[in-house]
Write a protein that binds this ligand. Structure first.
Ligand code: HEC
Length: 126
């Protein structure tokens, strides 16, 4: 699927500016990225925890706060921020940098466009 030229340009500009590249993500493509990169450990269904906690309603959820997920690291439980697109972007880019001592065994998603897409997907889950 080709994206309209304007969207592509906006993505490019946002990426070049280094800000809010996630705002131009494509939720549909993000669903595929999620299935490939995150789906082994995460579900987006409410209350469905796997190796990692359910990511349903992750936007504005306090980090490490799901009461029915027993697997959080102490590091994650001690974090006091709530997840927003910027935090998720930084975390899935370099998990150990954002949560030192965390338990997410994931090397990070290097491609900013793929991160933007997966974040758009996560934000689209109601
Ligand atoms: C190998 C399994 C694994 C993979 C792959 C993985 N995660 Fe995780 N994820 C975890 C675990 C385990 C935690 C809990 C980490 C901790 O407590 O330190 C976690 C935590 C998180 C959190 C914080 C949730 C909360 O309740 O605070 C987010 C957001 C997240 N992952 C997003 C992602 C995304 C997006 C991807 C794909 C790009 C991904 N993860 C890939 C296992 C994984």
């Amino acid at each position: 699927m080709k994206k309209p030229v304007t969207t592509t340009l906006l993505c490019l500009l946002a990426t070049l500016a280094g800000t809010q590249a996630w705002a131009s993500g494509d939720a549909r493509r993000g669903g595929d990225v999620f299935a490939e990169e995150c789906g082994d450990c995460h579900s987006t269904a409410p209350g469905k925890n796997k190796k990692g906690p359910s990511l349903n309603g992750i936007a504005n959820r306090k980090a490490g706060s799901l009461s029915d997920f027993p697997g959080y690291s102490d590091a994650m439980k001690q974090i006091s921020f709530a997840w927003n697109p910027e935090k998720i972007d930084a975390y899935i880019s370099q998990p150990k940098k954002v949560v030192a001592g965390g338990k997410m065994k994931y090397d990070g998603l290097g491609d900013p466009a793929a991160r933007a897409d997966v974040i758009a997907y996560l934000l689209s889950i109601k």
